[in-house]
Design a protein around this ligand. Sequence first.
Ligand code: SF4
Ligand code: SF4
Length: 126
Amino acid sequence: MIKAAIIRCEKNETRCPLTNCFKCLVETKEGFAGYDECMPAGVFTCRCPGDNAVDLAKIIKSKGADVIHFCTCTFATKTDQGWSQEKGGFCKSIDTLIAKVHEATGLPCVKGSAHLPKDYTAKVWE
Ligand code: SF4
Ligand code: SF4
C-alpha cells in the first residue's frame, strides 16, 4: 500500500477540490498508475513563490508519506482536445520546485496526478 501525498497550487485552491486527483489516487490511474494500492497521505498547498514547499514536504514526510505528487494543473492546461502541456500550467517553476522538495526530503516526487496530458509519462524524481 503506497501512501501518496499531494502538493497543489494556491492558484487553483478555490476552484478545484482535487476531485480527479483523489479519484485517480484511489483507483491507481494516471499519475498514480503502477501502484498496486494507494491511500492518501495528505494534501498541502504551495504558495508563491514556493518558499513554503520544502517545509510542507518535510511535514508530509514526517506523517509517513511514501511519495509526493504535484498536481497536473501546475504544468498543464485543459483544452478542447484534453489536457495539454503546450502552454504550461499554473506554475512556471514547477520542475525546480519539485527538485528542491526531492532534494530536501529524499522522497520520490512525481510530476503529475490526474488527467495527464496526451503523450506525457509522469516524470519522477527518485
Ligand atoms: S490536477 Fe486536476 S483535479 Fe487535481 S487539483 Fe488540478 S485541476 Fe484539480
Ligand atoms: S510556486 Fe508554483 S506551485 Fe507554488 S503556488 Fe506559486 S505557481 Fe503554484
